[in-house]
Design a protein around this ligand. Sequence first.
Ligand code: ZN
Length: 88
Amino acid sequence: MYIYETIQVPATERKVIKKILCDCCSKEISKGLYSAFESDLHFKDGDSYPDNGHGKMLTVNFCKKCMKNVSDFVESIAPNVKWEEWEY
Ligand SMILES: [Zn+2]
């Protein structure tokens, strides 16, 4: 037999992503239900040791239009960069 009591569960707050804005044109980055669009650009530099690490990190979010401009630019300065097919 289970004997129950009512207990208070404190309300919690947490930060969740409400929307993502393009860091270039400030438009909201929306994606459709079946879209696989991802366009985060990360740059991280610093030092990493077994128990800690430190440094700087830059994260940039691009909408599809701005990401196309960025990828065109990257392809123009880095001819060895190639698009790869993906599937799962
Ligand atoms: Zn944009």
